[in-house]
Design a protein. Structure first.
Length: 331
């Protein structure tokens, strides 16, 4: 240590220029990454792309609809006013004359003079305590003369009740419909009303496939009755095969108008060049444009021919060009 002007002076060892090189090199690399990664995001997005594997599937063109479930059912009126005591469960399959419960009836003015009357099934079928008013339309005696115009008018004022509503009733008035029997061996029908009309499909006797929401498999129906006015189409569809739906009065679903078997992709993957439709295929690390044929489409998807199952399709075609080398994020 030396003193100069009464101030201490420290002798420092000079830093080697070689030790500064790694730090400088690091800053240079970081600068390049910033320029490429932030200043040229579009460039990187063209290199890194997402792809999806082409697989054969079926695209359905559908018509959303609400179905009124109709079946052969008989609602039974109470013979007298009284107190209910049910012994049969909702939805149980019963034979004709099965005792479903008892109706305790008061005779005369004295409450002590009561009588238990057995309530029996008038026919074999499934018992239900949810009487909703549609039973008069589904009366077996009127089934053959069902008028579509009257049916459409009647359904406007009928109100659906929850299944098992009558089960909770303790008393009933004479004449009230207090239970019903559904003949589950008879066909089930769907009544549907729509503003759409497809002359080649909506023909009496023609088969239609229907998909009910929350049901695993579609059901097949035949058009039993058909009515067409200026602004609406009314159809009565007869279900074939396994029936079901005894616990439902109204169902939401869709009528399948057409089915297109092919490679089903998002419409956003399509690219149009010179009036031709195509997609970009990932082929040996490069983007290859391939002409395709559109078999069918809906609001968001298309069914295509011209692509082999197992090929990889670029999902963001706007980011690539023909022959460009790309890297897949999924493969």
């Amino acid at each position: 240590m030396q003193e100069t002007n009464n101030r201490p002076v420290f002798n420092r060892k000079p830093r080697s220029p070689r030790k500064n090189r790694p730090i400088m090199l690091l800053f240079i690399i970081l600068g390049c990454l910033v320029i490429l990664g932030i200043g040229n995001v579009k460039f990187l997005s063209k290199i890194l792309v997402n792809v999806t594997k082409a697989e054969l599937s079926v695209l359905e063109e559908v018509l959303p609809a609400e179905f009124l479930v109709m079946r052969t059912e008989l609602a039974v009126p109470a013979p007298s006013s009284g107190t209910l005591e049910w012994t049969c469960q909702e939805g149980e399959r019963v034979a004709k004359d099965t005792i479903l419960g008892y109706l305790t009836v008061s005779r005369g003015t004295s409450l002590e003079k009561t009588e238990k009357v057995a309530v029996t099934a008038p026919l074999a079928g499934i018992v239900s305590y949810a009487v909703d008013g549609y039973e008069t339309i589904c009366n077996p005696q009127n089934w053959g003369q069902l008028n579509m115009a009257d049916l459409a008018e009647n359904t406007k004022w009928l109100e659906e009740k929850a299944v098992g509503d009558a089960k909770n009733k303790k008393t009933v008035e004479a004449g009230d419909l207090f239970f019903k029997i559904t003949d589950n061996l008879e066909p089930v029908y769907f009544y549907v009303e729509t503003k759409e009309f497809f002359p080649e499909l909506f023909v009496r006797g023609k088969e239609l496939k229907v998909r009910i929401y929350d049901a695993e498999q579609p059901v097949f129906t035949g058009i039993a009755q058909l009515s067409r006015t200026e602004d609406k189409t009314q159809m009565l569809l007869k279900l074939t095969g396994k029936q079901g739906f005894e616990d439902h009065r109204k169902l939401k679903g869709k009528i399948i108008l057409h089915e297109y078997k092919g490679i089903v992709l998002s419409s956003q993957m399509l690219v149009t060049k010179e009036g031709r439709d195509g997609v970009y295929i990932l082929n040996q690390g490069k983007a290859e444009w391939r002409t395709v044929q559109i078999l069918g489409k809906d609001e968001t998807k298309v069914s295509l021919a011209g692509i082999k199952p197992g090929e990889w399709i670029v999902t963001s075609p706007q980011l690539v060009r023909e022959g460009q080398r790309v890297f897949s994020l999924r493969r």
